[in-house]
Design a protein around this ligand. Structure first.
Ligand SMILES: NC(=O)C1=CN([C@@H]2O[C@H](COP(=O)(O)OP(=O)(O)OC[C@H]3O[C@@H](n4cnc5c(N)ncnc54)[C@H](O)[C@@H]3O)[C@@H](O)[C@H]2O)C=CC1
Ligand SMILES: O=C(O)C(=O)Cc1ccc(O)cc1
Length: 369
């Protein structure tokens, strides 16, 4: 990243995610200046006391004009209003980014405000049901996927620079457009949050006055509903900001539940067996972590130069060719001469195609014997 000693990064919102990224910057780039603003003065005070912030900002104004990067880390709809407030104070070359779970709305606002040359969207695919600075951690985004959604007009050098910065913080970047981002996250995050809350409501409505059901609730219910404890403000704003994608999936789920009711009515063993079998089989293939254990089959190994940005270039190349990556990780033991990227695909055909595509672009690709 930048070797400038006066490199300044600004944070607006120092909760779970803003606090975690600010702490991460402090750990990895101790000589950068970090400034922050939050309506919660306690969070700001803590961040200064813990040495995360060099100084707090009282308002969103000229205090941010020295920043090279500004991270918007409040609930998604609040982030929109900061763009307009900050616009007059941004220095030449400053990149404004966000960490919001929905990307469509902020990209639209950026376009409306003619700020496309200075915006690169972002979204770490990691977090928890806890909210606030006290739960933040300087390792939260380590080895987590981090979506990067640049505008069409932002300079590609800036995108590369920002992507390397996020990778230096320890995350695995994935370049994506806002539309696909919002469709994907509706399925893997937003609707699951709604379903978790729905299950909790079902039990809550049935519970006795002395709460016998929640006393008896076993591991399964607790596993599947952990995220129902997430911040109501954050989730109210995410749900409304991605409503079209969410509604489409909820209608599919409603239809599927109706089918289940019919199957129960007709004692359809094979429907139920197939339903659970297919869900279980797919669930078994979901990796435990972004860089989790990698199975031997369908793996390829790619030499990559030890340079910032190469990881995202490689993954983007595969994504553009419609190849889905199941898991990805950098091998640090240097079995080969340079950095080695281990890519796990879903099947043999994808592994073969990925090998051909990368070899076409002059990458050295190996398979482990
Ligand atoms: N919670 C999670 O697991 C994840 C959340 N996100 C995104 O990160 C963003 C922040 O979420 P969290 O950190 O979880 O929430 P949080 O509740 O922990 O933190 C939000 C912070 O923003 C501050 N804030 C609220 N309104 C503000 C305003 N008008 N001006 C200045 N500061 C304001 C709050 O005081 C709080 O410190 C959201 O956009 C969310 O979609 C992204 C990935 C994961
Ligand atoms: O805690 C969990 O399992 C989450 O799902 C965290 C999470 C919340 C919101 C996001 O946009 C991304 C990740």
């Amino acid at each position: 990243m930048s070797t400038e000693t006066n490199f300044t990064i600004g944070f607006i919102g120092l909760g779970l995610i803003g606090g975690s990224i600010a702490k991460n910057v402090r750990r990895v780039f101790p000589n950068y200046t970090v400034i922050g603003y939050d309506t919660d003065k306690e969070a700001l005070k803590k961040a200064v006391e813990e040495g995360v912030l060099d100084r707090p900002a009282a308002e969103l104004n000229s205090g941010f004009s020295e920043c090279s990067y500004i991270f918007l880390c409040a609930p998604v709809q609040h982030n929109l209003q900061f763009l307009e407030q900050l616009k007059p104070y941004l220095k030449e070359g400053c990149i404004v980014t966000d960490v919001g779970s929905v990307k469509g709305g902020i990209h639209k606002k950026v376009k409306d405000l003619d700020m496309e040359t200075c915006f690169i969207g972002g979204h770490p695919m990691v977090g928890s049901e806890k909210a606030g600075f006290s739960y933040s951690s300087d390792r939260l985004i380590e080895n987590a996927y981090y979506f990067i959604t640049p505008t069409e007009k932002v300079n590609t050098e800036k995108v590369k620079e920002f992507t390397s910065f996020i990778e230096e913080l320890g995350a695995l970047t994935i370049l994506l457009d806002a539309k696909r981002h919002d469709a994907f996250t509706a399925a893997i995050s937003h609707v699951p949050h709604i379903m978790a809350a729905e299950l909790v409501h079902t039990v809550r409505n049935m519970d006795t006055e002395d709460g016998i059901l929640k006393q008896l609730a076993a591991g399964g219910f607790k596993d599947i509903t952990r995220i129902a404890s997430s911040s109501p403000v954050v989730w109210e704003q995410i749900s409304l900001s991605n409503k079209e994608n969410i509604k489409e999936l909820l209608v599919q789920i409603k239809d599927s539940i109706s089918e289940m009711i019919h199957a129960l009515d007709r004692d359809d063993h094979s429907y139920l067996n197939e339903y659970f079998k297919e869900a279980g089989e797919y669930r078994e293939t979901v990796p435990d972590s972004a860089v989790g254990l990698m199975e031997k089959s369908y793996e390829i190994f790619v030499d990559i130069p030890d340079e910032p940005g190469t990881l995202s270039t490689t993954t983007t190349l595969l994504a553009l060719n419609n190849i889905s990556i199941k898991n990805i990780g950098i091998i640090h033991n240097r079995e080969f001469e340079e950095g080695v990227l281990k890519i796990m695909l879903y099947d043999d055909v994808s592994a073969k195609r990925a090998r051909e595509i990368l070899q076409d672009k002059n990458y050295s690709v190996y398979e482990r014997n």
